[in-house]
Design a protein around this ligand. Structure first.
Ligand SMILES: O=C(O)C(=O)C[C@]1(C(=O)O)C=C[C@@H](O)C=C1
Length: 367
């Protein structure tokens, strides 16, 4: 070996020794942290009768926000937050493993959102439909549920909004996920593709790409994009529009990557549970409202929000399907229901609205 090669080997060995030593220190610290989480569990179990709330969303976001603020690189803020997300997920699983229901089968973006929110130690349960997720959490069979609510290209997921009208569940968190769609198949190329399966939202997100590259292929909506991937395993003339996770799980070829029409295509998911999330300092509140069906009704309904200086980040209207109200409105505002300005505004709103249901106050997504 040349002299140069030799000194390179030595330099490499020295840095690797340093890395080995650091890894042991990190391991010790992580183990110490995990023992602290066990102590926390012990304290919580002692302090609370009945159901113990091991999962504390407001504390988790406080930990992640603090880490991001303290970070000085070279890893970027998102990356360090992701690492700490996983450490906390493992610590929480030691207190008690959490279960989260998602729109299955395995490999959907909803599963990816559940893991992004809770970390990899959460036990995910695949369910076939959005209303099944609500029922699973309502019955207590799962601790939490994760449901898609809106996509930046395609708009609202109406099934989710409709489920909130009759469900007693609360929104306890939100997750935003960049959604990259892939064209998956057992076929080697596009030439033989006659059918394209996916969730209707995913088909819509790739409409222009499909018009251009597969203009004659039939588009068939199914219950989820992972279900589409599962279907094409036994249909060589078909392709699925789905995520990379589905390609791995069902061992399909990626015939085309990132086929979404909007490169910034993002889906927002909601985390649902039985308990409210306490204030975290940076929160959102989701409301369900109905107003009198008369001129200026909606304006009067929203006036208290403006009067209290609250920012509205979203408003959606849906036919109520109940016959009591014509339309209901889903409104998101910044702030927690326990913040004085929000609670004052809600009191005024209650007098104006035919219906006011606070669907939940929850921390603004950190990751
Ligand atoms: O602080 C707590 O209440 C904990 O249970 C500890 C911890 C953590 O690992 O930091 C774990 C789970 C909770 O959701 C929040 C934080």
């Amino acid at each position: 070996m040349s002299e140069h090669g030799n000194s390179e080997q030595q330099a490499l060995a020295a840095v690797r020794d340093r890395i080995d030593a650091i890894d042991l220190e990190i391991l010790q610290l992580i183990s110490e942290r995990a023992r602290c989480a066990q102590q926390v569990a012990h304290i919580k179990t002692g302090a609370q009768g009945g159901a113990v709330q091991f999962y504390r969303p407001e504390r988790e976001v406080a930990v992640l926000r603090r880490i991001k603020a303290a970070n000085r690189g070279p890893l970027d803020d998102e990356e360090v937050a992701r690492l700490f997300r996983e450490i906390m997920s493992a610590c929480l699983a030691l207190e008690r493993p959490l279960t989260a229901a998602f729109l299955g089968p395995a490999g959907t973006f909803t599963q990816a959102a559940a893991i992004k929110h809770f970390g990899h130690s959460v036990i995910t349960h695949a369910l076939g439909a959005i209303d099944e997720i609500f029922r699973e959490v309502e019955s207590g069979a799962c601790d939490f549920g994760v449901v898609p609510v809106e996509n930046s290209t395609e708009g609202v997921v109406s099934h989710t909004l409709d489920s909130f009208i009759s469900s007693p569940l609360r929104i306890i968190g939100e997750v935003c996920l960049r959604v990259h769609q892939q064209l998956l198949s057992t076929a080697p190329d596009l030439a033989s593709i006659r059918r394209v399966y996916s969730h209707q939202q995913s088909l819509a997100q790739c409409r222009e790409w499909l018009d251009r590259h597969l203009p004659t292929a039939e588009r068939l909506p199914v219950s989820s994009n992972a279900e589409a991937a599962r279907l094409v395993v036994s249909d060589p003339d078909a392709a699925a529009v789905a995520g990379l996770q589905a390609a791995e799980i069902y061992q399909l070829n990626v015939l085309a990557e990132c086929i979404e029409d909007e490169p910034s295509n993002t889906t927002r998911f909601l985390v649902i549970g039985k308990q409210d999330a306490p204030p975290s300092g940076q929160d959102k509140t989701s409301l369900l409202l109905a107003c009198k069906n008369q001129a200026g009704g909606l304006h009067r309904l929203l006036a208290p929000l403006a009067a209290h200086g609250l920012s509205m980040t979203r408003i959606e209207s849906r036919p109520s399907r109940r016959g009591i109200w014509d339309y209901v409105f889903f409104v998101d505002i910044l702030g927690h229901r326990q913040d004085p300005t929000v609670s004052d505004a809600l009191q005024t709103l209650e007098q104006e609205a035919l219906l006011l249901k606070v669907l939940g106050s929850y921390p603004v997504a950190v990751l």
